[in-house]
Design a protein around this ligand. Sequence first.
Ligand SMILES: NC(=O)c1ccc[n+]([C@@H]2O[C@H](COP(=O)([O-])OP(=O)(O)OC[C@H]3O[C@@H](n4cnc5c(N)ncnc54)[C@H](O)[C@@H]3O)[C@@H](O)[C@H]2O)c1
Length: 258
Amino acid sequence: MLDLSGKNALITGIANNRSIAWGIAQQLHKAGANICVTYLPDEKGRFEKKVRDVVKPISPTIILPCDVQDELQIQETFNHISNNLGKLDILIHCLAFSDKEGLEGDYSNISREVFNQSLDISTFSLGNMVKYAKPIMNEGGSILTLTYVGGVKVIPNYNLMGIAKAGLEMSVRYLANELGPDNIRINAISAGPMRTLASSAVGGILDMINHVEKVAPLKRTVTQLEVGNTAAFLCSDLASGITGQIVYVDAGYTIMGM
Ligand SMILES: NC(=O)c1ccc[n+]([C@@H]2O[C@H](COP(=O)([O-])OP(=O)(O)OC[C@H]3O[C@@H](n4cnc5c(N)ncnc54)[C@H](O)[C@@H]3O)[C@@H](O)[C@H]2O)c1
């Protein structure tokens, strides 16, 4: 029943084969979606090469550079999609960044510069991408972002990213209200902790994973492909009544009181 054939999906945030965005890309592809991806460009082109290698098995139709701090690159990404594919059905926002300073020690020591950069990339970018996506999205379209329970409860060291995720989750609700009349949905998946490039910057990430493996009802954490499966569902017509929600894919961890 889960069928995404004929749907154009733009997936941001693949850095390597551990990326949650890669898990999502694989499962959307499996469900029949036409996949386009963006990568964060760097001067030596290392990210581009890595991403092109990783995504080869699913042969994306379009691969573009898109640094969400670069307004022109965002515009060019959506112009390119519009000119080459016409319309977009699915947008996956699967990116975040904080300087190490924001992910360990005292929260009150975080500098304005580090705070602004992290919130710009991790929070503002969602609404800003929606601004460009909205005019080219088909009715019935679906947008998805990724969050973590550290945006709702205190998780040691998650510090600045917790603030970014709290803002991101509230953005999902405001955007759901904005997009609903056009029959475009937006949701977030709150994923359990996984080892990725981004999470390796969070102080004590391995302790977080070990703790979840002990405490969560399923006695493990989750995989990128499990997040991908839920993403495919949320982006499909099977989820046509779901918008503005934070869906937990965390092996049940957050239901526990101790
Ligand atoms: N790994 C976890 O435990 C976990 C848990 C819950 C939520 N998340 C969230 O999942 C999302 C994906 O992270 P991940 O864990 O797969 O790590 P990842 O490092 O694979 O992905 C993060 C991505 O953000 C991109 N990025 C950073 N700055 C950018 C910029 N300026 N412009 C464009 N892209 C930029 C990176 O290139 C990378 O592809 C993030 O929002 C993260 O907070 C991760």
